[in-house]
Design a protein around this ligand. Sequence first.
Ligand SMILES: *Cc1c(COP(=O)(O)O)cnc(C)c1O
Length: 402
Amino acid sequence: MPELLTEIRDQLAALQEQKLLRKRRIVDGPQGPLLDVEGRQYLAFCSNDYLGLANHPALRAAAQAGLDQYGVGASASALISGHTSVVEELELALAAFTGLPRALHFSTGYMANMGTIPALVGPGDIVFSDRLNHACLIDGARLSGAQFRVYPHADVARLEQLLAKSEHPRKLVVTDAVFSMDGDIAPLPELLALCEKYDAWLLVDDAHGFGVLGPQGRGSLAHFGLQSQRILYMGTLGKAAGVAGAFVAGDALLIEWLLQCARTYVFTTASPPMLASALLAAVRLMQEEDWRQQHLRTLIARLRSGLASLPWPLLPSETPVQALIVEDNQLALDLMAGLREQGIWVPAIRPPTVPKGTARLRISLSAAHSIEQVDQLVSALHALAENHADADSRRIARSIVE
Ligand SMILES: *Cc1c(COP(=O)(O)O)cnc(C)c1O
């Protein structure tokens, strides 16, 4: 066997041994609160389809109309001949919806960050990054060649010390707006104030806020009422918007620069136009109906009050991402397995995805869930907590006897 293959075989075996080998489960049919997984139906709390649009009839119809009008593929990069009228319309709609001057459409959020950060900063510059930021902000910053400084989660005072010391020509602060594993919201007003004070730029990754936060889901900037030429706003379109893709919005000159220079924009085939048709329908629904955001808020409150008396705490969060911290890796896996036996699917998240000692169940809610479905999860968790307490007291009794 060639050496590379033996090395990789051993590395895979090591992952297996540490119980870190991941396995995909095969889902049949459309996304929604009820998922068909390998022959069994589950009530699922694991998707980022926060508004329940991934299988919405209006989006399906729009995708079909887009398919009829544009065919399947865009067949070239946007700068050659792949920029279609429907994507042009989508960019205008996204800019208007978020209240920003101009927007540029990317194929994915990962690519948006990987292209945007190196277009803004390079060697000699500096990027400041919240410790809990998403992998693609970190990777984009590394790719840029700029110096990379991590500040403790949401620690504005520490960030200020770092900014005050920096003499780099360009300074960029990058942050998730809603942290994907904790569900809390970044202190964006304070971050922006620091950027203004220290002449830095702010890249806000609103993957989990776009469609969810602010009036009609206009996003985290609207949630706080923030506006500044120093902000670049990245929203993804595969989560609350229900489809796929992303956009970066901000000052028109900055967006023109990204269009010219962001390599993940320039050197990739434009995504299928029918996706943009579906996305236009998603933005229209958000503008016309805000009951989904309201229903989400009801579900969030219901879940939080239902789980308040569990032995494990929920992290503070007003978003559909609710993290139940159980600390112990094996307990997180046991609870996930216990729920699965009851036909409920909630993912256990362990280090290294989250810091050591903070293993958790990551519950994500969708406007497509009913109150009864949330209640079902709450009762299932209470039943598991009682079993766990019984097992614990049996263990303690046994150790006393011994
Ligand atoms: C999901 C996610 C991304 C990546 O977006 P994709 O469109 O899925 O590539 C970026 N940032 C954050 C915070 C995310 O949660």
